[in-house]
Design a protein around this ligand. Structure first.
Ligand code: ATP
Ligand code: MG
Length: 401
């Protein structure tokens, strides 16, 4: 199948050139269909809603629409509605005036003003709070908005592309998403299939990731055997293209560039979501649920590490057996520190010695913030939770940050 060239586009710039420039790989029928839609919608200002599991390439598609459209030389602003704490989302989107709230020492443009004349990409739109949705709709319909703490309406000329990995129609039915905003954003929708629905693209994607990674890092890689490629094709990749990319890159590093056959690959392939917390977010669950799972998995890992440490400590502080005058070996004795160790080791009978999940969460959050000098975005990244969840937990635990 071929795609028609964009007639209104500038000379020499068609979707195939663009595909190469932004690195959008794939030859499956689903990808060709998406490319056709991109070509059709790019030269218009119509709103586009991109729906797909995490890591399927929604942002790349949004970029392609912007790059192929008439606003290509204007800003492309990405906003992740799920990562912005609820309390500041409106000032982030619409800006604020000086003195609008404590700490608003000056006025500031929001993302919509920054995107003026260009495109705004509203990622994770399903996470947007309902009262912000009202303001967003007002802006989209009248192209007018008011900065937080301001009084005069402002105007922007912005193209909107939104994305979601949630089923927005069911969110509408549950009253969690406004139907009028849904229809406004959903003028055209693009469904991006999961990677397991287009396995034929896997070898092409692997080839691209290998080439890019090796040339960027100056690595000589001997390649995958056919058997290894077949396994990569058969795997389910719940984290989609992002997971495949991370997996291929880390494998090249771990195996130091040597040829990878099916045996080696098998050893490294993630066996399931439950077993591997590096896996990206599966989509039929809410972000909150998945984040909670990430935290629990991190806590379980931490507990295992603590248990291992404890074993190590016990081993260390048990005094080596001494030879008695009789020539027999003395029974091992736990030395002074050993008393603590013994107490520690016995903690299933001593609840005070066991840290609660809440305390562990507090400690992990405090540690992450200390390590990032209080930078909440980076700390949330370390903890693998959204910034919004981090803010919520800081508040919930009344932590001094
Ligand atoms: N068709 C593709 N060809 C090559 N690389 C791709 C393709 N689609 C996605 N990628 C790469 O996969 C990664 C994830 O893509 P992207 O960020 O666009 O996904 P997403 O759907 O927005 O994910 P999320 O829902 O988690 O935000 C990026 O590194 C991107 O460059
Ligand atoms: Mg994205």
């Amino acid at each position: 199948m071929t795609t028609p060239l964009l007639k209104s586009g500038p000379p020499g710039r068609d979707i195939n050139t663009l595909r190469q420039e932004i690195g959008l790989v794939g030859e499956s029928p689903a990808i060709w269909q998406i490319l056709e839609t991109i070509e059709q919608v790019a030269p218009t200002d119509i709103s586009v809603l991109i729906i797909g599991e995490s890591g399927t390439g929604k942002e790349l598609i949004a970029q392609a629409i912007h790059q192929l459209g008439l606003r290509r030389d204007k800003p492309f602003v990405v906003v992740n509605a799920g990562a912005i704490p609820e309390g500041i989302i409106e000032s982030e989107l619409f800006g604020h005036e000086k003195g609008a709230f404590t700490g608003a020492v000056g006025s500031r443009k929001g993302y919509f003003e920054q995107a003026d004349t260009g495109t705004i990409f509203l990622d994770e739109i399903g996470e947007m709070p309902l009262n912000t949705q009202v303001k967003l709709l007002r802006l989209l319909e009248g192209k007018e908005f008011i900065r937080v703490g301001g009084s005069s309406p402002k105007q922007v000329d912005v193209r909107v592309i939104a994305a979601t990995n949630r089923d927005l129609e069911s969110a509408v039915r549950k009253g969690e998403f406004r139907p009028d905003l849904f229809y406004r954003l959903n003028a055209v929708n693009i469904r991006v299939p999961s990677l397991r629905e287009r396995r034929e693209d896997i070898p092409l994607l692997v080839k691209k990731f290998v080439t890019d990674f090796c040339s960027q890092n100056n690595i000589a890689f001997e390649g995958f055997t056919d058997g290894a490629l077949r396994l990569l094709r058969e795997h389910s990749w719940p984290g989609n293209i992002r997971e495949l990319k991370n997996f291929v890159e880390s494998l090249i590093v771990i195996e130091r560039g040597r040829r990878i056959d099916d045996m080696i690959l098998q050893r490294h392939l993630p066996r399931g979501v439950e077993m591997d917390h590096r896996l990206p977010v599966p989509v039929n669950r809410t972000t909150e649920e998945v984040e909670r799972e990430f935290i629990y998995r991190a806590l379980i890992d931490l507990k295992n590490e603590i248990a291992q440490l404890r074993e190590l400590l016990v081993g260390r502080y048990i005094a080596p057996p001494r030879r008695l005058k009789s020539g027999l070996m003395e029974a091992p004795v736990i030395q002074e520190v050993g008393n603590e160790v013994a107490e520690f080791d016995d903690d299933h009978q001593n609840p005070a010695a066991f840290e609660s999940i809440e305390d562990m969460e507090k400690r992990l959050i405090t540690e992450a913030l200390a390590r990032t000098q209080g930078n909440k975005r980076k700390a949330a990244g370390l903890l693998k939770i959204s910034e919004r969840t981090l803010y919520r937990k800081i508040k919930e635990y009344n932590l001094p940050f």
